[in-house]
Design a binder for this molecule. Structure first.
Ligand code: BG6
Length: 492
């Protein structure tokens, strides 16, 4: 792994404190960082370096899963701080000098990673100023990379504009579009599960799978992010990125190889094959909700920086068809929301109740206590990580009574299988130049096209948006949407 300077825009922000410094620290603790590196943190406040290092140490103690005081002190020695206003070109000229000094004094190559842990509204101004200040002029044998956080804009037009600006100065293989769900351990397990087990891949199609349910639910509200959330809502915040990415990885065809571009080529085909919504689909296959408070928590409309008459959705349930040979006839149900009953992220695959299964059931003399259930495969992403498979067995000492049981593998219960945080994996990949877990532009573009089309079709939001009580599974319409098709949500 090549030595590098990591320039962290938004170095005093929430994301940096809660996720990025703890992840960088863990990589350092596990000896995974390059021999020489510098983290040059940028912020708007004038803070002494000593004070800043102390803040970072505190945050790492608070948000990291364990730490060692001595290692932590060693880690913060790699941090430097500079005050920078995103729109002041002079600050970038000073930044260039700082980077050059680091490279010189540490005898490092000119490799640099620009990590934009900022709102997307700043991506373009930062990129333009990086170019104007000459920071991007480096030797041929060095690399420059830019890491940007989701959301990539608030709609397709904005995403295109950001991408155009980025592409003026960075090539596609220098742009790392983060979707932190792709860094989660069980998401990376999807391909292994499919392709390294004879059991699953032959069944991964609409002949054998009735429906796939992807649930990412949260118990928290919008917290201090009301301003941002008003411009995004759950659809843009979660469906456009995390849930569509999970769907693509789950549903893609077998890639030619495990090389980054081959995987991305297959993912993008799935996203492009998602059937656009008609007005009828809006009625049949989409539920939008907004949470109401109770004695403990506020309603969404009472949260800070939220319009009291807001029609922004904090819950989405959507049924998507994929127009390709493998999936014609299998529905993909995605569900996400805030202030729901439980924090959970999982994929549940409901296999078809096959003819054999039904035939056997029909033969039973006593059906009263017998279940006639399809097999379910659960890929548990968080908080528990693992995989379970339900199947039908005969209850002992009965006359063929069938009951459903589970084979359960709990990865997070296994001490030897402890997963790193998503950001650890993503950062190390950015440093070593592996883009497999980052989204390519055409994937992002296709996901935005799908989402934008729905936003344009759902014009009558006041009619569509259903209120739901906090700590429930969202509006009852989400249950009804499934019930109409004789289905139910399996994640509870
Ligand atoms: C972020 C969203 O991308 O993901 C947040 O912007 C959401 O609204 C978060 O809370 C959920 O991530 P995780 O890893 O806690 O499930």
């Amino acid at each position: 792994m090549k030595d590098c300077v990591i320039v962290l825009f938004g170095g005093t922000g929430n994301l940096a404190y809660k996720k990025l410094y703890p992840a960088l620290y863990k990589l350092y603790e596990r000896n995974l960082m390059p021999n020489k590196f510098v983290i040059l943190s940028l912020g708007r406040r004038n803070i002494e370096l000593v004070e800043f290092k102390n803040i970072v140490k505190l945050k790492i103690k608070q948000f990291s899963n364990g730490y060692n005081e001595k290692v932590l002190n060693g880690f913060v020695d790699f941090i430097k701080y500079q005050i920078l206003n995103f729109d002041k070109i002079n600050d970038y000229v000073i930044l260039k000098g700082r980077i050059d000094d680091c490279v010189c004094s540490e005898k490092m190559p000119q490799n640099r990673i620009f990590y934009l842990a900022t709102a997307p509204g700043y991506f373009e101004i930062i990129t333009n100023n990086l170019e104007l200040s000459g920071i991007l002029d480096i030797k041929k044998d060095a690399y420059k990379r830019i890491v940007i956080e989701k959301p990539f804009g608030k709609d397709l037009a904005e995403a295109k504009s950001i991408n155009k600006t980025l592409r003026k100065v960075f090539s596609e293989n220098e742009i790392y579009r983060t979707d932190h769900y792709l860094g989660k351990a069980m998401i990376q397990n999807i391909m292994v599960l499919r392709f390294s087990n004879a059991l699953f891949e032959p069944l991964w199609n609409s002949e054998c799978i009735d429906n796939v349910q992807i649930t990412v639910s949260e118990t928290i509200g919008v917290e201090e992010r009301g301003g941002y959330y008003e411009t995004s809502g759950a659809f843009r915040d979660m469906i456009q990125s995390h849930l569509i990415q999970i769907l693509a990885l789950f549903a893609m065809d077998v890639p030619n190889s495990l090389e980054t571009e081959d995987i991305r080529n297959e993912k993008v085909k799935v996203i492009k094959a998602m059937k656009f919504f008609t007005n009828k689909d809006i009625v049949d296959n989409l539920v939008l909700g907004q949470y109401e408070g109770n004695s403990d928590v506020k309603s969404y409309v009472d949260e800070s920086k939220v319009n009291p008459n807001s029609l922004t959705e904090t819950f989405v349930a959507i049924g998507i068809d994929i127009n390709n040979k493998r999936w014609k006839g299998t529905k993909f149900y995605l569900r996400t929301g805030k202030r729901l009953k439980k924090k959970i992220a999982e994929i549940v695959v409901e296999f078809k109740n096959t003819t054999v299964n039904k035939f056997y059931y029909d033969l039973l003399k006593n059906k009263d206590n017998a279940v006639n259930s399809a097999n379910l495969l659960r890929i548990k992403i968080q908080p528990e990580e693992g995989i379970s498979l339900s199947f039908n067995v005969k209850k002992p000492s009965t006359d063929n009574i069938i009951v459903q049981k589970e084979m359960d593998y709990c990865q997070s219960c296994d001490i030897d299988m402890k997963s790193p945080e998503a950001y650890e994996k993503l950062i190390i990949d950015a440093i070593s130049g592996d883009q497999s877990l980052y989204a390519r532009w055409d994937e992002v573009e296709a996901a935005w096209s799908f989402v934008d089309k729905i936003s344009k079709t759902c014009l009558d939001r006041s009619r569509l948006l259903k209120k739901y009580k906090s700590s429930t599974w969202g509006p009852k319409e989400a249950e009804l949407m499934m019930k109409k098709n004789d289905l139910k949500w399996w994640s509870k």
